[in-house]
Ligand binder design. Structure first.
Ligand code: SF4
Length: 90
């Protein structure tokens, strides 16, 4: 790799970082949408539509009525369950 290639890469990455920062600052990249896409897939979390050993989504701190979860993607039944179950604090 010659010096010209090294400089070109440095300039490219510096430019890319500047563009990404400017896009975030300008709100071009919606942060909430990016976060929403970070939910986990049901199969990864071994989600099931029925309770397990008396544990169910309706009692989990991550459940968002009527049919969502802050961790797992898709429609979530209040009667469902997954491996991330964490009982609501009362
Ligand atoms: S048990 Fe799993 S799917 Fe159900 S609310 Fe809790 S984290 Fe979400």
């Amino acid at each position: 790799m010659d010096d010209r290639t090294k400089v070109s890469r440095r300039v490219f990455f510096r430019g890319a970082a500047t563009i990404a920062g400017a896009a975030l600052a300008a709100g071009v990249i919606p942060i909430r949408a990016a976060q929403a896409q970070q939910k986990l897939a049901k199969d990864i979390m071994k989600y099931q539509g029925t309770p397990k050993d008396g544990q169910k989504c309706d009692d989990c701190q991550y459940f968002q009525a009527p049919k969502s979860c802050s961790l797992v993607a898709g429609d979530i039944s209040p009667q469902g369950w997954c491996t991330a179950y964490n009982k609501k604090k009362s």
